[in-house]
Design a protein around this ligand. Structure first.
Ligand code: NAD
Length: 355
């Protein structure tokens, strides 16, 4: 098969880590007989420097014309003094909205080889954990009615959480389908003991249950979920939750893996075209030094193969290669704790050797 992938390398370590992911995808293409055509477009600070805006029209058009999009990261001190709406990070919201992406998939996996990096007690993570958080991305309190007004005690501010049946249904479907592709266990997280929007959330999520007989769906209140994530993270497989709860819980989950350079993400909409990117930023402090950990971006490429192109075996080949390299004891600088480490290109070579 032939796939057209838009590359948004961005700033800082973006070009280095995207180049690594491209090399890995090319190896997959060679081994499994696919052709990946990569077209780079400008985004972020580099786009500001070249065309005066963080998200040029040509970038949006290029992404919409592609089969999928791989993003590095944007931003850096050079552009930090620009006003909010002209900053590189503004391009991220712009591209997500232009592509109609309402689902954010964030896996948080603790690799057995990296247990020592996890801030949790050894007995808690003895068997590692592998969680997929499905976060609603375009609704809820971040997009609800808000404002300032004069109240009984003077100035007050308010934000409202509002979810429609349609918004809940479409994210719940993604979550059930994701659980079907994994271990069939879905935890829906809400605050249904207090919030009306959560009660509709819970009702709609369970209405869909009958269509997915292989998936067991349980509810959990968000305060309990925050606690359970650090008490026993291995109990979770797929989590589905609202925009704000997902924002908070996915950061908590990523933190307990202990390694920001390892975590990929996917943002998806109504069609198979998605936006895949590492969860970390542009790491300007190490840019251009060939020491960045490219694994989060390489695994973002693996997510693209699975979720956009339905290439399960090819996707697993990347994940297994990363596992093997870590099991063999190879580390990038961020994971080496002062010991020996491989450069960005060297660890990429090792992963390619294992595909
Ligand atoms: P960051 O994630 O870029 O870096 C935090 C720390 O983690 C740094 O010490 C960095 O060196 C390290 N780090 C991050 N990724 C790494 C990797 N792959 N390998 C090794 N070490 C890694 O966060 P920050 O420093 O707060 O932000 C830097 C810039 O990135 C800012 O301009 C910020 O706005 C931007 N940012 C962009 C995105 C995005 O593009 N999606 C996300 C977050 C931050």
């Amino acid at each position: 098969m032939n796939y057209n992938i838009a590359l948004l390398k961005g700033d800082g370590i973006g070009p280095e880590i995207v180049d690594s992911a491209v090399r890995v995808l090319e190896k997959i293409g060679e081994k499994y007989g696919h052709v990946f055509n990569f077209t780079p477009y400008l985004i972020g600070g580099i786009a500001i420097d070249s065309c005066g805006e963080p998200l040029p029209k040509a970038t949006v058009e290029g992404c919409l014309a592609s089969d999928s999009v791989l993003l590095g990261a944007v931003g850096g001190p050079k552009w930090d003094t620009l006003p909010g709406n002209q900053r590189p990070e503004k391009a991220l919201l712009g591209i997500r909205s232009a592509m109609g992406l309402f689902t954010n998939l964030r896996p948080a996996k603790l690799y057995p080889a990296l247990k020592g990096d996890c801030p949790l007690r050894e007995d808690i993570v003895a068997n590692g954990f592998d969680i997929m958080i499905v976060r609603e991305l375009t609704g809820g309190i971040y997009f609800g009615e808000r404002g300032m007004r004069q109240g009984k005690y003077g100035e007050e501010a308010y934000d409202t959480e509002c979810y429609s049946r349609m918004e809940i249904e479409r994210i719940a479907k993604v979550a059930y389908e994701t659980a079907q592709k994994r271990n069939g266990k879905l935890t829906s997280i809400d605050k249904a003991n207090v919030l009306e929007s959560s009660r509709l959330w819970r009702k709609v999520v369970h209405e869909l249950e009958a269509s997915y007989p292989n998936v067991e769906c349980v509810d959990m209140l968000v305060d309990n979920a925050a606690m359970q994530l650090v008490r026993n993270p291995a109990q979770f497989d797929v989590i589905v939750t609202s925009n704000m709860f997902g924002d908070i819980l996915s950061d908590e989950a990523s933190q307990i893996t202990g390694s920001i350079g390892m975590l990929p993400s996917a943002s998806l909409g109504d069609n198979t075209r998605g936006l895949y990117e590492p969860i970390h930023g542009s790491a300007p402090d190490i840019a251009g030094m060939n020491i960045a950990n490219p694994i989060a971006t390489i695994l973002s490429g693996a997510m693209m193969l699975l979720y956009s192109f339905n290439l399960k075996e090819e996707s697993e080949a990347i994940v297994n290669a990363v596992d093997k390299v870590l099991e063999a004891g190879f580390r990038t600088k961020d994971l080496a704790h002062g010991g020996e480490y491989l450069t960005t290109t060297e660890i990429t070579d090792k992963i390619i050797e294992n595909i």
